[in-house]
Design a binder for this molecule. Structure first.
Ligand code: FAD
Ligand code: NA
Length: 385
């Protein structure tokens, strides 16, 4: 069989962006290998068959960016709705508006505050601990927002996310805990926000829809690596530790378990995402997917909800969020050295670089790799490194 000009391992946003640029701008043949049975990586979505409601299979994905180049690029493949993300949180029998804002403060403390009164209240409550002195996540959070808000909105949720008492967690996990002293409860501050009008999968498929691109799903790179390694340039977006046979040890990740069900009501919770802050509720959040697309028409009397649970990933679990302990960082440095020495292979994306990347960051980082390394290789014969 004929070798492609470029092999891309992984069909998430990183791999698709590289493939699309090389295929359309450079007119080169690209083969994408994807080990899952579908393309698209973690942003993939599908319609729940009974209700037709679009469900993001690997967790809810909200697109937002302030990067104009990324915004222009993504609009070549899809339009976006005017959806604005807002999150609510249950705690002790009440629902609060998140992120922490003046509405939450007023409901929680049971009286109205002006912005200045609220600021003074939180300053007083957080004076208990100086941020520089915080020895663990709990102390850090208290130093930033005070004990009452910490105990209600951070403690139980964080403990469930990490399955660890926040007293045992590093203070470095949080840098800031923004409190808004106004009623703004938009979740994201970016200039552009929305959801792909025809869904994520249509967007992802359009990126791959080019005569120079072949996508082979259900194909694990490691089963065919010897056919390509050293023979064609490779952009690898799978887990970096796995590429090197875990020689430096496994990098640690958290995963989430997502349990979808159809419920016989029109509207289960009145919003797309409800956080559960109480420590005795096992799940961290419930997603109700029809609320991501209020502009669509739905069958009456049915909705799809997804309970989300968080835990450390085992070997066979999907790696979702890097845990990034000091040990992980030391291993990562050693993998980066190995990656530099690996001939004709570039490592990218969230798994290939062991970083949490939002979609716009994965796309932006792929466009930079294309500009700085891939295009110079194909147009000027620069080394593929
Ligand atoms: P991925 O999408 O993970 O793609 C990598 C692909 O490589 C996968 O399909 C994998 O199967 C494949 N692969 C790996 N190894 C091999 C191999 N050996 N052979 C063949 N194929 C292989 N971003 C946002 O902007 N907004 C959000 O709201 C948001 N929510 C998220 C929620 C969760 C739970 C997670 C985990 C991520 C979320 N993201 C969100 C981030 C978004 O998913 C990533 O930005 C995007 O997936 C990055 O793309 P990628 O190509 O780097 O990785
Ligand atoms: Na403080």
């Amino acid at each position: 069989t004929e070798l492609p000009d470029l092999l891309v391992v992984g069909s998430g946003f990183f791999g698709l962006t590289i493939a699309e640029r090389v295929a359309s701008e450079l007119d080169k043949k690209v083969l994408i290998l994807e080990r899952r049975p579908h393309l698209g990586g973690n942003a993939y979505s599908e319609r729940e068959p009974e209700t037709g409601i679009e469900v993001h299979k690997y967790g809810a994905h909200l697109f937002h960016t302030s990067n104009e180049r990324v915004w222009e690029y993504v609009n070549r493949f899809t339009t976006f709705t005017s959806y604005q993300h807002r999150v609510f949180g249950k705690y002790d029998g009440q629902v609060y508006s998140l992120p922490m804002n003046l509405n939450l403060i007023n409901v929680f403390f049971g009286k109205s505050h002006t912005p200045d009164e609220a600021r003074a209240l939180i300053a007083e409550q957080s004076s208990e601990i100086r941020t520089e002195d915080a020895q663990n996540l709990e102390e850090k959070a208290i130093s930033l927002i005070g004990r009452p808000l910490y105990e209600a909105f951070i403690k139980g949720y964080t403990a469930k996310q990490w399955q660890t008492d926040p007293k045992e967690l590093s203070p470095d996990i949080i840098t800031r805990l923004p409190v808004r002293y106004n009623f703004d409860n938009r979740y994201f501050n970016d200039v552009h926000e929305g959801l792909p009008t025809d869904g994520y999968t249509a967007w992802l498929e359009r990126m791959a829809d080019h005569p120079n691109i072949e996508v082979r799903v259900g194909c694990d790179f490691f089963d065919v690596a010897s056919e390509y390694k050293g023979k064609v340039p490779i952009v690898y977006t799978g887990p970096v530790d796995e590429y090197f046979g875990n020689s430096e040890g496994r990098l640690s990740w958290r995963t989430v378990d997502l349990e979808a069900e159809v419920v016989d009501v029109d509207d289960f919770q009145g919003c797309s995402v409800m956080n559960y802050n109480d420590p005795d509720v096992a799940w961290t959040r419930i997603h109700e997917f029809k609320h991501f697309h209020p502009e669509r028409t739905y069958l009456p009397g049915k909705t799809v909800i997804v309970h989300e649970y968080s835990r450390a990933a085992d070997e066979d679990d999907e790696p979702y969020y890097p845990i990034n302990t000091a040990e992980d960082r030391a291993k990562l440095l050693r993998y980066r050295e190995l990656a530099k020495e690996e001939p004709m292979v570039l490592f990218g994306g969230r798994l290939g670089t062991y970083q949490y990347l939002d979609m716009h960051m994965a796309i932006g980082s792929a466009l930079s790799m294309y500009d700085n390394k891939i295009k110079p290789h194909f147009t000027d014969g620069a080394p593929f490194a």
